[in-house]
Design a protein around this ligand. Structure first.
Ligand SMILES: [Zn+2]
Length: 239
């Protein structure tokens, strides 16, 4: 079953090995009243579920040997998340996988570790969480190509944010990234600043929808601008 369901930590939330660059111009940090957050559960298949509260989505694979959890949202939500899991599983959470370092995906780590949950991540995420550093630096890339290659016609893809999608949505997102990249590179070659590139409204008639929700069009342009200015040869992105 797991092979049919891909866990995508970031269709909308781009994976970052270590993100410590200038702060994007539009960083929304609304004050969250966690007491008002409710956890919604979606059953994707017999033993695969998605929980949504505030922040990144949580995926759950349940089995007779325990629950495997992907991402942990914010720390103040752990009790509500555990309660939601107890509704759908009679076994405890045994394993947690962190997709990336952001607090809306890893905030519950400490609470879950205290409950005996074993946490896994890539080495870069682990070291970044263990020793947060303003100088940390790492590549950012989209795994869209790999995800598309793994998708079959009936595969469901769980993004870090936003609705559960299928292969065609990941293809559309990859195409948007590539099309916008191709438009942006000449502007960067002219020495344009981020604000100037933003003014150019590169996604206006791209033919595919700009990511919605947590990832605004402006943040998307910012991510691409930073990526391209640091890597003039372009994104590492498989067609
Ligand atoms: Zn996120």
């Amino acid at each position: 079953m797991l092979s049919r369901i891909l866990l995508l930590g970031l269709a909308a939330c781009i994976v970052s090995a270590a993100w410590a660059r200038p702060v994007p111009p539009v960083v929304r940090s609304p004050k969250i009243d966690f007491s008002k957050v409710e956890i919604r559960t979606t059953r994707v298949s017999d033993n695969f579920f998605v929980l949504e509260g505030q922040g990144g989505a949580i995926s759950l694979l349940t089995g007779s040997d325990g629950v495997l959890m992907i991402d942990s949202e914010f720390a103040p939500l752990t009790d509500k998340i555990i309660a939601a899991i107890q509704h759908i599983a009679d076994q405890p959470v045994r394993y947690l996988v962190n997709t990336h370092v952001h607090a809306d995906h890893t905030g519950g780590n400490e609470n879950l570790a205290k409950r005996g949950v074993l946490i896994f991540s890539r080495e870069q995420v682990r070291s970044r969480l263990a020793e947060p550093s303003p100088d940390a630096y790492g590549r950012t890339r989209s795994p869209a190509g790999e995800i598309i290659a793994l998708c079959g016609p009936n595969t469901k893809v769980v993004p870090g944010h936003g609705p559960i999608v299928d292969r065609s949505a990941v293809v559309a997102q990859r195409d948007l990234i590539l099309a916008t990249r191709d438009r942006m590179m000449p502007l960067i070659a002219k020495g344009m600043t981020f604000d100037q590139v933003l003014q150019a409204n590169l996604t206006a008639d791209s033919g595919v929808p700009v990511p919605a929700g947590a990832e605004t069009a402006e943040q998307f342009i910012w991510w691409l601008y930073v990526e391209l200015t640091e890597s003039p040869t372009g994104l590492q992105l498989n067609r």
